[in-house]
Ligand binder design. Structure first.
Ligand code: NAP
Ligand code: GDD
Length: 363
């Protein structure tokens, strides 16, 4: 019989990659989605399966992290061997505007799930999506022993969820793990997180749809990795003999400014000509520097991220350009290289040539 996994937040960035990963390993995947007046399953449409098929290996259920009744019923009926709890109000700046809601979903949502597991009596392995945002002001690099100093309602809610997970592990001997993940991005990243906001803006600028990009603090530094690599490590945590907590990241910090320079530079533009500051994107308290120390994950999970900063930026820009109907830069350069063997002597002119080949005149 196929192993059953339940994913909360399956419609999110990580949930969609994790569902793909588990399906590829032969799991029957159950996902909780929120009822909405329009379709909200865009990230998992490509793996959707007809619910009338009794053999379907992807099954979606309506539910909400605010309702324990619903979560208890789902866990009791599905009896999953593994539960990946990824659902959350996950936006840090929004958490300053909605602190109570963030606490209810991001913090108490975890308690509701753990309590449903405990009451149902099922034997399952539980993954809690903890966050480097919990470290807040703690000195970098941060690892599993670094004390938390959260700087946002979101960070505080995740600290609560982290400790309630540890508590259920100790009090009830449940198999519960915290994955303390540093920022991880992809073409499926939500459009209001800074990396995707930037790569999408670059594509929009090239497509003539956007004239300015408004941002907040450009000085903060994050440890940005590639999301598909991180979901595999979540699975590895639940395959260990004993439950434990692990930090995941690249160990490489970059500022928002560096991300801007890499993203705009990739298409031959100077970010300073396109970016303006809007104080509305500043946070009342900011996390300045996050750097992961991943020695434990490397040793115990044999996990090492391969995609580094520059490549991550290129993957995201190319995907956003393709979505705009533009030839991705990587592909455009390959075409030029095949036609003009000495192309590399042209430097940045190459990317401008790609744009003009697409008929995209920049003002
Ligand atoms: P995301 O793209 O924002 O996805 C969040 C998911 O949670 C979505 O599926 C969303 O559903 C669902 N959700 C939100 N409120 C809910 C509710 N009340 N009931 C049920 N589901 C609800 O987040 P992500 O980037 O994939 O991150 C996954 C998890 O890891 C989150 O818990 C996040 O806080 C945590 N995390 C993320 C990172 C990162 O860099 N990405 C780093 C550390 C930790 P809708 O699609 O309907 O909105
Ligand atoms: N979102 C956003 N929008 N951030 C901006 C902007 C802007 O216009 N301008 C500057 N920033 C800065 C933020 O102030 C922050 O310092 C940095 O860019 C990254 O912001 P986000 O991309 O929103 O990510 P985050 O680090 O706050 O939170 C993400 O990572 C956490 C892990 O550390 C989220 O994915 C969280 O869910 C996750 O836990």
């Amino acid at each position: 019989m196929a192993k059953r996994a339940l994913i909360t937040g399956i419609t999110g960035q990580d949930g969609s990659y994790l569902a793909e990963f588990l399906l590829s390993r032969g799991y029957q995947v159950h996902g909780i989605i929120r009822r909405a007046s329009t379709f909200n399953t865009r990230r998992i449409d490509h793996i959707y399966q007809d619910p009338h098929n009794p053999e379907a290996s992807l099954v979606l259920h309506y539910g909400d992290l605010s309702s324990s009744e619903q979560l208890t019923n789902l866990i009791y009926n599905i009896q999953p061997e593994e539960i990946y709890h990824l659902g959350a109000q996950s936006h840090v700046r929004v958490s300053f505007e909605m602190p109570e809601y963030t606490g209810n979903i991001t913090a108490l949502g975890t308690t509701r799930l753990l309590e449903a597991i405990r009451r149902s009596g099922i034997k399952t392995h539980f993954y809690q999506a903890s966050s480097s945002e919990m470290f807040g002001n703690a000195p970098a690099p941060q690892n599993e022993n670094t004390p938390f100093q959260p700087r946002s309602p979101y960070g505080a809610a995740k600290v609560y969820a982290y400790w309630i997970t540890v508590n259920y592990r100790e009090a009830y001997r449940l198999f519960c793990c915290n994955g303390v993940l540093f920022n991880h991005e992809s073409p499926r990243r939500g459009e209001t997180f800074v990396t995707r906001k930037i790569t999408r803006a670059v594509a929009h600028i090239l497509a003539g749809k956007q004239k300015k990009l408004f941002l907040g603090n450009l000085e903060s530094k994050r440890d940005w990795g590639y999301a598909p690599e991180y979901v595999e490590a979540m699975w590895r945590m639940l395959q260990q003999e004993r439950p434990d907590d692990y930090v995941l990241g690249t160990g490489e910090p970059h500022s928002v400014k560096e991300f801007l320079a890499a993203a705009f530079g990739y298409v031959g533009l100077d970010w300073k000509e396109w970016v303006e500051m809007d104080p509305k994107y500043l946070r009342p308290t900011e996390v300045d520097l996050l750097i992961a120390d991943t020695a434990k994950a490397r040793q115990k999970l044999s996990w090492e991220p391969k995609i580094r900063f520059e490549e991550l930026v290129r993957i995201m820009i190319d995907a956003d350009m393709e979505a705009e109907g533009l030839v991705p830069v990587g592909e455009g350069v390959a075409i030029l290289r095949s036609r003009f063997p000495d192309w590399h002597q042209w430097g940045n002119a190459v990317t401008l040539a790609v744009q003009s080949a697409q008929g995209q005149a920049l003002e």
